[in-house]
Write a protein that binds this ligand. Structure first.
Ligand SMILES: Nc1ncnc2c1ncn2[C@@H]1O[C@H](COP(=O)(O)OP(=O)(O)O)[C@@H](O)[C@H]1O
Ligand SMILES: [Mg+2]
Length: 257
């Protein structure tokens, strides 16, 4: 079932620079959706627009979450609906301990499932349990990303928005984080992430969009995009098997979208 429907949104900076230019996409419940695209494509702007962090944006278009229009609502209202955003800088409190950051994730909760949720996050990221009294600034990049995800999960999100979860992480650690994302999804949380690391993202995503200059230029199942010649060339860094007739030097490869 569709959980999030974005229709022709336009987000501008300073009222004149289009960061999102008629962007539409849909996210199905309990699946992993990845938006891939180069630096400056508008990926972060997209997540901030959904979260309501850009005041009075989107200027045009609609965003519907579980049948409710949410565009231009205040960020607190959007997060109360179950949309939790983990920003690229992870948004942690560096001078607080791991435990204190996690406690903040539970802020405002009055239910009795907090214990169960702690068990889930410690099972996902056992290392955090050993680090509870440690100050966040002393954690490695990978541990900080794990903590950011753990804290987000304590808010019981229906939809998790992730900005470049693999950024700055060593390949092995990024893999570990990604495996945890698969588990989070299997446990019932929808994930919409934006990534520059197409290979990693396509390894777990069910469906993916490619975004360039504020628009979606291509979409499909992870398999379809993985097999797409131009995606391979521009996003996966794979060599093409056959050289064009004129030879590489004279050949200027054009994207087909
Ligand atoms: N706060 C801002 N003020 C003005 N322009 C911005 C701001 N944030 C991003 N932009 C511009 O919007 C475009 C999209 O940026 P961004 O969403 O950060 O892309 P990505 O996350 O894909 O790298 C870029 O051209 C960027 O320079
Ligand atoms: Mg970005």
């Amino acid at each position: 079932m569709t959980q999030l429907t974005i229709s022709s949104i336009e987000t501008l900076y300073y009222d004149r620079i289009y960061a999102l230019h008629g962007l539409s996409l849909q996210v199905r419940e309990k699946e992993i959706f990845a938006v891939l695209g180069p630096n400056g494509a508008g990926k972060t702007t997209l997540l901030k627009t959904i979260s309501g962090l850009l005041k009075d944006q989107p200027k045009k278009g609609t965003i519907e979450f579980s049948g409710k229009r949410i565009e231009r609502l205040a960020p607190e209202r959007i997060s109360r609906l179950g949309i939790v955003f983990v920003p690229e800088d992870r948004g942690l409190f560096h001078e607080l301990t791991v435990q204190e950051n996690l406690d903040l994730g539970c802020w405002g909760r009055k239910d009795h499932q907090i214990q169960t949720d702690y068990e889930f996050i410690y099972q996902l990221f056992p290392i955090l349990k050993e680090r509870t009294q440690q100050m966040v600034e002393t954690l490695s990049g990978g541990e900080q990303q794990m903590l950011a995800l753990a804290r987000a999960m304590l808010r019981r999100p229906k939809l998790l928005l992730l900005d470049e979860p693999s950024l700055g992480l060593a390949p092995m650690i990024a893999r570990q984080v990604y495996d945890a994302l698969s588990q989070i999804c299997r446990a019932g949380t929808t994930i919409l992430m934006v990534e520059q690391n197409a290979k990693l993202a396509l390894s777990i995503a069910h469906y993916s969009y490619i975004m360039e200059s504020g628009r979606i230029v291509l979409e499909g199942t992870a398999q379809k995009l993985h097999d797409h010649k131009d995606v391979q060339l521009f996003y996966l860094g794979m060599e093409q098997e056959t050289a064009p007739a004129k030879g590489w030097r004279l050949y200027k490869k054009r994207r087909t979208w």
